[in-house]
Structures are given as structure tokens and as C-alpha cells.
Design a protein around this ligand. Structure first.
Ligand code: PHE
Ligand code: ZN
Length: 882
């Protein structure tokens, strides 16, 4: 890898392409080690650029067999080849380029370009993988119509797929056959896809709103044919939803999904031929948990929604990545909210954002939602681009309201259909549709870091006024020394003593929503701003940032009584939950202080009382389940400048035990009341009951009474669905019942050893086991026949889960886990740089650890930095070093 250059690419250097393309003809002659790719491309000089520029094509790890222009073979003196480019200095203004290259898919372990997964061939081209297939201007603003011929052995690869419609097929000699695919829509190379293998299909159809029938096909390896129903149902629901909510209709006559086992990400939106990580498409009640069912629903929808937000309208350059990803995540979040429980979906999304994205935004790889430079774009498929990007779109939707937002999105799709555009184009459509001025709002795209709001309330009884003073400040991040005030929508309500929302009349400060409404969106623009509410006849409890109206941290200095009031009465489901989280954080922080002073930590009885109240509050099972969960260790860690890892773990466990003891009767009752009978259904209502039951049971398991342990064992042995089996397995494996844990693990392995996705869960349960022998076990499991460092799902299940979700062990003061992670990352970097550079994340977060751990973590980073690294890992390690 020493040949790679680590140049920084800047947004400000963007120039339009020197050449445009009319048509691309590709011919693939597939063979594991010697695949030939012949391309015929018609180029025209782009009038926007200077005459006389050379033709510069990207190409990585290609063996050039021949190159010709307008039928004339070029001699070696007529072009230059570097590690990353083919340059032809002298070309006419219009010409046909033909190249013939050879590639080696079977040795492609990066899972980028054309590679093998099990016995099939598949591709992954986003972001810059097409250049590993053939020489090409591999940038999203070069769009073209593709015709692709796939040739392969008929017995080994009976199924040959690519983008668009199949237009011709036939037999060749030597038992080979071919299919020609034509994609009528211009597309950038990153949306190209090809699949060849011995696959089976589940078929269905969808009739679009204009009455066209679309063939729907899910292609899988034969053993997975029984696991496609849920993805198919999700696809149809997503197609319908996009018609109803966005007015978007599907455009081709066929929509295909292929499941592959080896995949770097969740899934990929290639035009008409989505390729999915099998974990995001395959599910059957006995093999997949409710969480997996919901994830599949969300990811299938996400990739489908990309057909408009991403494919029909794509990105001009990779700095604009959030243009398609942020918008599409927002669309899939709303879809999932509509299909399930809206408040619960919001709670889950915010919990993830606040835990992981906030940490990213405060760490050494912090970057804006639109970055202005990068070395390796693969490093920017981040929570910031996706999740914070989605929060920005959500803020826009809230600022505009549903009708204007729809008008804005219609305008965006109509104006830019078939184009490769920028964030400005998206915001421009929203601004034109609504008349709103987004100039200050644009800073959300350029400024990294999580804004912090400090709010204080003052009640003037004589004047019947309530004043909120809001200050905003964004802490400096490693990438940006200076921060400016943002335009932040702060949705508020005021609760009276009876818990009802008071009508809001604002006399100072800008807001949207009508005077007299029960909630208003305050427009915070200044570093400090005052908002005055009139006719307030008693001191209210403010409910701030309802629905998490902006991705910020908020400090109000709530009293315990105020939080209890919100937790009981807030009409905003999200804030009701969040009040409970705030109460729990205060209680757990107090315990951490006691722990660190050498005292025995005790849980504040006010929290226990509040939790007790939840059982009598008539909450639906979905919300009750969320509200019963203490904040996780990672989110608790976020509450400290220097993370007391051991104290957090110990105190949270003590708190869970205390709750289990004090609320024993309620927990038992809830477990009993939420046993489902009848066939498994992945419906929100049933999912909520299973979740509530399993959460209560896991509280009870902290006490390890024989009857409770026996109940877990029974559930484990008799469950007819993976949700219950997995919950019981986790309860047993994470308990101190070593023998039962061992027996359950063995029986589970026996039952599922041939199912790769279920074995992933078996690895995860053990990787997250909070026992002191965890590292030794993880190392031993790396030798298990079902484990492979080459398979990203396995790496994520065992190693990522250990390093991210087993915090006490990962941060063990002996530093052995840091060393372990560094070793794995170094080994992996030679095979799959994208996975290596993502895996290293927990080691880069040393700033929040104590001096001793900081030093141990930095030493491992130094050791990695000294090696010969991929661009991906180089960039991350450079940023993370002190
Ligand atoms: N574009 C894909 C998505 O978010 C993600 C992806 C990126 C997949 C890069 C593979 C490689 O839907
Ligand atoms: Zn996406």
C-alpha cells in the first residue's frame, strides 16, 4: 500500500469534469481470478472547461490489456498509467474510447469494486469503487446511460444481473451464457451494479399510482429463500408510502434486491439492483429478532427512497454526501415512525444520535455535515453525515410545516431531476417554496460540533409573564477553532401545576406557530436571546426542545420536582421520556460520586418512586418499555469530561438491582401480563409487549432468584421466535449463572451453527458479556470455525461489539484490550481498509479517559501510525494522534 498518496482533497478546488459521457457499453467476461472488462465509452469535451485538457481516468488495481481511440490502438507512448490514473494527453473533442482490462475479483478482499461473496460475484461501487472495475471518470457529476453485457459459466452462474432491464440473452460456447442489461436512466458510476451466481428468487409485483406494474425480485442463495417475505412486504409498503407522502413513483419496470454475506455497509441503492448485506434483508421469525425485523423495514425503505433522493437527483461531488444520505435517513425515519410507534421511533433515533453522533462531534474526527476536505471519502460515511444530516432536514421540515416542506421537496425533485447537485440546490428549493431565509441556517452544514443551549426561566407573577433566556454556544472542535451562532428551532410548551399545556402568547422573540397555540417553535439566532410569554397565571414548568427539535445539548437546571412533573404529564412523548432520562442521570451521577468517594452507592428513592409510578400511569407498552430503561453506559459516559468507566458500570448495575428489588411485584406482574400467545407477528403492538416483558425479566434477572433464572431457561428452550430466545440467552449469558450460560450457548450453537446471521448474534452475546474473562473469550472465539476476519458482519459482531459495548472490559486498566484492537486493526487494514478504519474508533476517543488510559491508548495509536497504512486508516489515525 506504500504506493498510495495521502493527498487532501478540498471542496474549494471543485471543477466540473473536463469530459462528459454519452453512453457506456461494458462487457464482463467473468472468472474468479481473471475477469475481463471491455468498455466502450463515447466522450465529449465539456464546454465549461478549457480546450486541450488531457483525458484523465481513474483506475485502481487494473491490468490494462489494450486501449484504443476511435478504433486506433494506442501505443505506450500515447498514454501514462499511474497507481490511480490512466492519462491520455492528446484526444479529440469527441471520441470513442475502448479499453480492455483484467481484474482479480477472488483476491479482492476490500469488498469494493467487483468481488466474490461465497460463490457469487457482486459489486460495490459507492463511493469510488468503479475505478477498480475499469478506467473511468469515477465522479458522481459524470452521468451516462449504461449497457452491460455479463458473460459467465452457465452452471456456476445461472443468474446474471445488472442495472435496468434485461434486453437480450443467449448461449455461447464452452458452457457459457450471457445477458445484456440496459439502464435507460443516466447515472453516475457509483450506482453501477452487477451480480452473478446460483441464486433463487422471490417475486412479487407492485402497481404504481399511475397504474404501471413493476416486477419486484429478491435474489438470495438457495438456503435463504424462506427469509425474504418481510423484506418484500417492507418494499411494497415503502413504495406506497413514497407515493402518498412525497408523490414519488418508481420509474423502471423491475426492482431487484440481492442479499450478500460479505458487505461493508448495510445496503446499497444501485439503480434497479440494490445489493444488501444479508443482515439487512433476511428474516424469519425463528432466526431474526424484532430489532432485526425493524431494521430490515427501515433499510429496505431507505434504499428504495434513494431512487429519488440520490439516484434521480444525485450529488455533484462527495462533499455533498449528506444531500442524499441526510434526506434519505429523514425519509426512512418518518416511514418507520408511520409504520410503528412515532414517539418510540423518535426516542430510539435520538438516543443513538446523542450517544454516538455527539461523541463523534466532540472527538478527533469531528467534521461538518458538509465536510470541506478529506483524504479518503469512505471515512465520511459517518453518523454526522447520516444522522445529524437527517436532523438538519427534520429542522427544515419543522420550520416549513408539512405542506410547504412537500412543496419544497416537489420543487427540488422537479427542478433537479437527472442532475448532480449541491446542498445549496436543496436549500434553494426549500427557500423558494417557503420564502424562508436560510442564510444563517446554512451554518448547520459547515460548522461541526454539538451546540449547547443554556436556558433559564423567570416568572413574574405581578406581570403574569414568563421569560425564557436562551444562550447558545458550540464548543470548539478539533477541525474548527471558531464557532458562530446557529439558527436553532426550539420547540417549547409550558405546563401548569395540573400538568396541562398553557396557551402561549409571545411578546418578545421570534417564533413559528400561532399565538395561543400550546406549543411554539422559538427561533434562536443570537448567542443569547430572550423570549417572553404573556398571560401566564402561575409559574409553569417549561417543556423544552419538544420532539428533540434540534440536535443540541440542553441545560435548564431542572429541579427533581420539575422533572417528575414532566415525566408524569408532558403531552410530548419524547420529552416525557427525556425527563425520566434526566432524572436517572442525576441519580446515577450521584451514585458515581459516592462510588468514587469509597462509599456504597445508593439509588435515590425518588427515582424508584418515579419508576413505580410508571406502572400505574396507563402508558402503552411501547413507551413504558422505553421509560423503564436506564440510560446506557455509553450515554452516561457522555455526561462526564473524564469518563469513570468502572464507576458507571458498577453504579448502573446497583441501580438496576435496587429497582428490581423495590419494584419486584410490578415487574413480575408486567412479565406475566405481557406473555403473547399465538403466532409470531412483527407488528409494533406485539414487538412492544415482547420488549416490555423482556426488559422486566432482565431487571428481575439481576437478583438471580431460582424461579426467575428458571423462567429465562424455559423461555430460551421453548421460544418459537428469535426475539424471545435471544433475550433469554442474553439474560442467562450475562448473569452469574455460569453453568446455565454455558449450556445455553452450547445448545444455541448446536441449533444454529449453519445459519451465519444467527451465529452473529451468538458472537455478540458473548462479546458484550460483562465478565472479566471477556477478552480471553473474544480471542478464543476468533478461532471458531464460524468466525472470519474477512467477513465484516463477523468482525462487527465480535470485535466491534466487544470494543464498543463491553466498556468495562475494553477499558481494562491493563491496556490489553487496546493492544488487542490495535493488532486486529493492523491485520485487517491489509485486507479491508474501510472496516479497519471504522473499527479503530473506540481507540481514538482517548481524550475522555483518565491519564493512565490516555497514555495506553495513545501508545497503540502511535504503534499503528508507524506501520504502512491504507489511506483510510492513515487519515483517521493522523487525526486521532495527540
Ligand atoms: N449509500 C449506501 C446507503 O446509505 C451506503 C453505502 C455506502 C453502501 C458505501 C456501501 C458503500 O444507503
Ligand atoms: Zn443511504
Amino acid at each position: 500500500m506504500s504506493s498510495v498518496n495521502n493527498d487532501i482533497i478540498y471542496l474549494k478546488d471543485y471543477l466540473p469534469p473536463a469530459f462528459l459521457i454519452q453512453t457506456v457499453n461494458l462487457e464482463f467476461d467473468l472468472s474468479p481470478h481473471e475477469t475481463r472488462v471491455r468498455s466502450t465509452i463515447t466522450f465529449t469535451r465539456n464546454q465549461e472547461r478549457n480546450a486541450g485538457l488531457p483525458l484523465e481516468l481513474h483506475g485502481n488495481e487494473l491490468k490494462l490489456i489494450s486501449v484504443e481511440i476511435d478504433g486506433q490502438p494506442l501505443s505506450e507512448s500515447q498514454y501514462q498509467i499511474t497507481a490511480e490514473q490512466l492519462i491520455i494527453p492528446d484526444v479529440p473533442d469527441q471520441f470513442v474510447l475502448k479499453t480492455d482490462v483484467q481484474i482479480d475479483p477472488a483476491n479482492n478482499t476490500s469488498l469494493e469494486g467487483l468481488y466474490r461473496s461465497n460463490t457469487m460475484f457482486c459489486t460495490q461501487c459507492e463511493a469510488e469503487g468503479f475505478r477498480k472495475i475499469t478506467y473511468y471518470p469515477d465522479r458522481p457529476d459524470v452521468m451516462a446511460a449504461f449497457t452491460t453485457t455479463v458473460i459467465a459459466d452457465k452452471t456456476e452462474y445461472p443468474v446474471l444481473l445488472s442495472n435496468g432491464n434485461p434486453v437480450k440473452k443467449g448461449e455461447l460456447d464452452n458452457n457459457r451464457h450471457f445477458v445484456v442489461w440496459q439502464d435507460p436512466f443516466d447515472k453516475p458510476a457509483y450506482l453501477f451494479a452487477l451480480v452473478a451466481g446460483d441464486l433463487q428468487v422471490v417475486k412479487d409485483t407492485f402497481t404504481t399510482m399511475s397504474g404501471r406494474e413493476v416486477a419486484l425480485e429478491i435474489w438470495v442463495e438457495p438456503e435463504n429463500i424462506t427469509k425474504c417475505d418481510h423484506a418484500m412486504a417492507s418494499l411494497k409498503a415503502a413504495m406506497k408510502w413514497d407515493e402518498e407522502v412525497y408523490g414519488r413513483e418508481y420509474d423502471l419496470d423491475i426492482y431487484m434486491i440481492v442479499a450478500v454475506n460479505d458487505f461493508n455497509m448495510g445496503a446499497m441503492e444501485n439503480k434497479g439492483l440494490n445489493i444488501f448485506n444479508s443482515s439487512c434483508v433476511l428474516a424469519r421469525p425463528d432466526t431474526a429478532t424484532d430489532g432485526a425485523f425493524q431494521r430490515i423495514e427501515g433499510v429496505v425503505a431507505h434504499e428504495y427512497f434513494h431512487n429519488w433522493s440520490g439516484n434521480r437527483v444525485t450529488c455533484r461531488d462527495w462533499f455533498q454526501l449528506s444531500l442524499k444520505e441526510g434526506f434519505t435517513v429523514y425519509r426512512d425515519q418518518c416511514f418507520s415512525a408511520d409504520m410503528n410507534d412515532e414517539a418510540v421511533k423518535r426516542i430510539e433515533d435520538v438516543a443513538m444520535l446523542r450517544t454516538a453522533q455527539f461523541a463523534e462531534d466532540a472527538g478527533p474526527t469531528a467534521h461538518p455535515v458538509r465536510p470541506d476536505h478529506f483524504i479518503e471519502i469512505s471515512n465520511f460515511y459517518t453518523l454526522t453525515i447520516y444522522e445529524k444530516g437527517s436532523e438538519i432536514v427534520r429542522m427544515i421540515a419543522n420550520l416549513l410545516g408539512p405542506d410547504l416542506f412537500r412543496k419544497g421537496s416537489d420543487l427540488y425533485f422537479e427542478r433537479h431531476d437527472g442532475q448532480a447537485v449541491t446542498v445549496e440546490d436543496f436549500i434553494g428549493a426549500m427557500a423558494d417554496a417557503s420564502g424562508i431565509d436560510f442564510s444563517q441556517f446554512m451554518r448547520w452544514y459547515s460548522q461541526s460540533g454539538t451546540p449547547e443551549l443554556t436556558v433559564s426561566g423567570h416568572y413574574d407573577a405581578a406581570a403574569q409573564q414568563y421569560t425564557l433566556t436562551i444562550k447558545q454556544q458550540t464548543p470548539v472542535t478539533k477541525d474548527q477553532p471558531e464557532k458562530l451562532p446557529l439558527h436553532i428551532p426550539v420547540k417549547v410548551g409550558l405546563l401548569n401545576g395540573a400538568g396541562a399545556d398553557m396557551p402561549l402568547t409571545l411578546s418578545a422573540g421570534e417564533a413559528s406557530g400561532a399565538q395561543g397555540d400550546h406549543d411554539r417553535v422559538l427561533h434562536l439566532r443570537e448567542a443569547e436571546q430572550v423570549f417572553v410569554f404573556e398571560n401566564i397565571d402561575e409559574e409553569p414548568v417549561p417543556s423544552l426542545l419538544r420532539g428533540f427539535s434540534a440536535p443540541v445539548k440542553l441545560d435548564f437546571g431542572y429541579t427533581q420536582a420539575q422533572l417528575l412533573h414532566l415525566m408524569r404529564h408532558d403531552s410530548d412523548g419524547f420529552n416525557r421520556w427525556d425527563a425520566g432520562q434526566r432524572l436517572a442521570i442525576t441519580a446515577l451521577k450521584a451514585m458515581v460520586t459516592q462510588f468514587e468517594a469509597g462509599q456504597i452507592p445508593k439509588l435515590d428513592s425518588a427515582l424508584t418512586e418515579a419508576y413505580k409510578g410508571l406502572f400505574e400511569s396507563g402508558l402503552n407498552p411501547a413507551i413504558l418499555a422505553e421509560m423503564l430503561m436506564l440510560p446506557g453506559e455509553a450515554y452516561l459516559a457522555e455526561q462526564f469530561d473524564i469518563v469513570p468507566v468502572d464507576a458507571i458500570h458498577a453504579c448502573r448495575n446497583i441501580a438496576r438491582k435496587t429497582l428490581a428489588e423495590t419494584l419486584n411485584a410490578e415487574l413480575e406482574q408486567t412479565v406475566a401480563a405481557n406473555q403473547l400467545t399465538g403466532e409470531y407477528r412483527p407488528l409494533a403492538e406485539d414487538i412492544a409487549k415482547r420488549r416490555l416483558k423482556n426488559i422486566c425479566q432482565s431487571y428481575l434477572m439481576t437478583l438471580e432468584a431460582d424461579a426467575v433464572v428458571e423462567r429465562s431457561w424455559q423461555q430460551f428452550s421453548t421460544a418459537d421466535n428469535m426475539t424471545d430466545q435471544h433475550a433469554a440467552l442474553t439474560a442467562l449469558v450475562h448473569s452469574k449463572q455460569d453453568e446455565k450460560a454455558k449450556a445455553a450457548l452450547e445448545s444455541f450453537e448446536q441449533q444454529w451453527k449453519d445459519d451465519a446471521l444467527v451465529m452473529d448474534q451468538w458472537f455478540q452475546v458473548q462479546a458484550s458479556r460483562p465478565h472479566p474473562d471477556a477478552l480471553a473469550r473474544v480471542k478464543a472465539l476468533m478461532e471458531h470455525p464460524a468466525f472470519s476476519l474477512k467477513n465484516p458482519n463477523k468482525v462487527r459482531s465480535l470485535i466491534s461489539v466487544y470494543c464498543n459495548q463491553n466498556r468495562v472490559n475494553f477499558h481494562s486498566i491493563d491496556g490489553l484490550s487496546y493492544q488487542f484492537l490495535a493488532d486486529v486493526v493492523l491485520e485487517l487494514d491489509g485486507m479491508n481498509p474501510q472496516i479497519a478504519s471504522r473499527l479503530i474508533t473506540p481507540l481514538t476517543r482517548w481524550q475522555k479517559m483518565d491519564a493512565k488510559r490516555q497514555q495506553l491508548m495513545q501508545a497503540e495509536l502511535q504503534r499503528i501510525a508507524a506501520a504502512d497504512l491504507s489511506k483510510d486508516l492513515f487519515e483517521v489515525v493522523q487525526k486521532a494522534l495527540p
